[in-house]
Design a protein around this ligand. Structure first.
Ligand code: SF4
Ligand code: SF4
Length: 407
């Protein structure tokens, strides 16, 4: 009897330990754009995530962790499924855990209207808008099926959000086409009162799987990000009430200051894929991370057949991802800066190298940027608070004491 009780306790403890704190709901695969690098094959597949399935996922996550968590509504283009979004927030508002949930929507920005702005404000939804550059040249991969660049429509959408006082995070995929133009995005953000930016890695999968040479080299990325650091430090020192932050730099600095805490799932080792983070596709398949959506090798299970708890306890995908860490990757194991680095994104490592147990190609960048930041901070040449949001400060879309964009 005692053994049974102990086994149950261990089972529960393991299940709770695996509780996700950030989930992505793929609202639809349909998209009105055809970005040439889209990792999730956005396009004409018009399936929409069934509302009852979305709610089952969210209810199960809530029951698993009992803590604040974040829901990201992704696509395709989520603003194409108005009925789903309206139904989803209405259903969410009836849940007793509603106040511990942060909801964000990730949109291409081309369909934003006054009505959407009012919807985001009413439901306290944080909005991420994708923009790779402020010229047609640097935003060249983000086009309509007609090949028309989406830049003007995105800027129009951002203006509507601004007029309505909606907080926005600009998301940029950094490629060798825009890496030397990142300061233009910072200037644009400043001119529009946008204070949150995310410069993400290009992942060569989906439509982008044949575009591997779009990745900037570690040296090029380091030189570009050093300029970003300098720009942010100058701007943020001079404008203490309208500071601008770039999320990945912000978390990197926090990892340098406090390597034990690992607040951000992508910089943790192992990363959060399959444990702190899960993504639900329109057909009920749960993936370890939204970057893996559509890849059967990283499907954790299907919500039509299993509960989330069952999946997380039994999935070999979860075990495989949990086994990837700086201790299991030879180069990382011997690396002096591994307390501050995760070995890079697991998905990026996999789609570039074909295996998980190898460092991601961003290694060269981290090997330059981490010592640079560390020296700057420890020699007191750089005030780290100029680059990192206070962990309990303002967050996009946060309506409770949750963790906002802290995945
Ligand atoms: S810098 Fe490179 S070798 Fe070092 S831990 Fe990061 S990915 Fe691994
Ligand atoms: S696979 Fe990459 S994007 Fe996904 S949680 Fe891990 S590090 Fe982050």
């Amino acid at each position: 009897m005692l053994d049974l009780a102990k086994a149950r306790w261990l089972y529960e403890r393991k299940a709770n330990h695996a509780a996700p704190t950030a989930i992505v709901l793929k609202t639809t695969r349909a998209c009105n754009l055809r970005c040439s690098y889209c990792y999730s094959y956005g396009g004409s597949d018009s399936r929409v995530l069934p509302l009852d399935l979305a709610m089952r996922m969210v209810d199960e996550v809530s029951a698993l962790n009992g803590l604040p968590f974040t829901i990201y509504l992704h696509g395709g283009e989520p603003l194409l499924c108005e009925d789903f979004l309206v139904g989803f927030v209405s259903a969410m508002s009836t849940r007793d855990y509603y106040l511990r949930v942060t909801i964000g929507v990730q949109t291409n920005g081309t369909l934003i209207t006054q009505r959407w702005a009012e919807f985001f404000r009413k439901w306290c939804i944080g909005v991420g808008v994708s923009l790779d550059g402020v010229s047609r040249e640097t935003n060249r991969f983000r086009t309509f099926p007609t090949k028309e660049n989406c830049l003007d429509r995105v800027v129009g959408g951002l203006d509507i959000l601004r007029k309505n006082g909606i907080a926005v995070a600009l998301l940029t995929v950094v490629t060798n086409q825009n890496v030397t133009h990142l300061l233009e995005i910072l200037e644009f953000a400043k001119s529009r009162g946008i204070t949150d930016l995310v410069f993400n890695d290009f992942i060569p999968r989906g439509y982008g799987s044949s575009l591997g040479d779009l990745m900037p080299s570690g040296t090029t990325l380091f030189e570009a990000m050093k300029e970003v650091v300098n720009w942010l430090v100058c701007h943020n020192s001079a404008n203490p009430h309208s500071r601008i932050y770039e999320r990945n730099l912000s978390y990197l600095v926090r990892n340098i200051l406090d390597p034990e805490r690992k607040p951000y799932m992508c910089l943790s080792s192992p990363c959060g894929a399959g444990s702190k983070h899960l993504a639900l596709d329109v057909d009920g398949t749960v993936y370890a991370c939204d970057v893996f959506i559509g890849d059967p090798e990283f499907a954790v299970g299907n919500l039509y057949r299993q509960t989330l708890r069952e999946m997380m306890l039994s999935s070999s995908v979860v075990k495989r991802l949990n086994a990837r860490s700086t201790s299991s990757i030879k180069k990382c194991f011997e690396c002096e800066i591994k307390p501050h680095c995760s070995g890079g994104c697991a998905a990026l490592a996999f789609y570039v190298n074909g295996v998980l147990d190898k460092e991601a190609p961003t290694c060269d960048y981290y090997r330059k940027m981490i010592p640079f930041l560390r020296t700057q901070i420890y020699d007191q040449l750089l005030d780290p608070s100029l680059l990192t949001r206070h962990p309990y400060g303002k967050r996009i879309g946060a309506r409770c004491s949750g963790h906002g964009s802290e995945l």
